[in-house]
Ligand binder design. Structure first.
Ligand SMILES: C[S@@+](CC[C@H](N)C(=O)[O-])C[C@H]1O[C@@H](n2cnc3c(N)ncnc32)[C@H](O)[C@@H]1O
Length: 193
């Protein structure tokens, strides 16, 4: 394992203020796609800190993913390779996680949230959290708000889409970079029940 990567160094670079940590206590299982560039500083560290027990990690960067496997103690739950292919395969096999988390670079945010929505959202029981940018909202022609994005996704045929909120991560890049927090069937049921 790289001597410079540890839970402490990852924690030191992370911030709970820019992540929807309040959803984590209700999540027993989670899968983090696109998770390795900063060894999970943006996201996986929060899942780990808040006790998401059954944690699966994906990235195409196999070396960094292997380091994360050791740091987070999940060597047996690494899924190296293309996120889009792996999500599609998991969905076809009936994969299911309380939380599905995606942190693609901005050039893949639209593909993840919009074009391949079914493959990521479709394996999330409680929450689907993914990235979006102000530039992406401009491309869709909508305001960066939860109601506008919910409405847009529903107009694309995703009838069960419900964006709970957007969380600002970085206001200085691409007219804002956000976490999009979407409710999935079990949290939708709680809401209506
Ligand atoms: C924004 S970074 C992720 C940062 C990470 N969440 C963290 O906190 O360290 C995006 C990641 O996507 C990965 N990536 C890019 N294209 C991918 C693809 N098609 N499949 C899997 N991973 C991909 C990159 O290797 C990079 O680690």
């Amino acid at each position: 394992m790289s001597e410079t990567v540890s839970l402490d160094t990852i924690r030191a670079g992370s911030s709970e203020r820019s992540f929807p940590c309040d959803i984590l206590p209700e999540c027993q299982s989670g899968i983090a796609f696109f998770c390795a560039a900063f060894y999970g500083r943006n996201d996986v560290i929060h899942l780990f800190n808040h006790g998401v027990q059954d944690l699966w990690l994906n990235d195409m960067d196999e070396e960094k993913l292997a380091v994360m496997g050791e740091v987070f103690g999940v060597e047996a739950q690494l899924l190296p390779g293309d996120s889009f292919t792996i999500a599609k395969n998991l969905r076809e096999k009936g994969g299911s996680f309380d939380l599905v988390l995606c942190d693609p670079f901005t050039n893949l945010m639209k593909r993840t949230l919009v074009d391949e929505y079914e493959n990521f959202a479709g394996i999330a029981c409680k929450w689907f959290v993914t990235g979006a940018s102000g530039a992406m909202f401009a491309e869709l022609g909508i305001e960066p708000t939860a109601p506008a994005l919910t409405d847009w996704l529903r107009r694309q045929g995703h009838d069960d889409a419900l964006v709970d909120r957007l969380v600002m991560r970085n206001s200085d890049y691409q007219n804002g970079v956000y976490w999009v927090v979407l409710k999935r069937p079990e949290t939708l049921q709680e809401r209506s029940g």
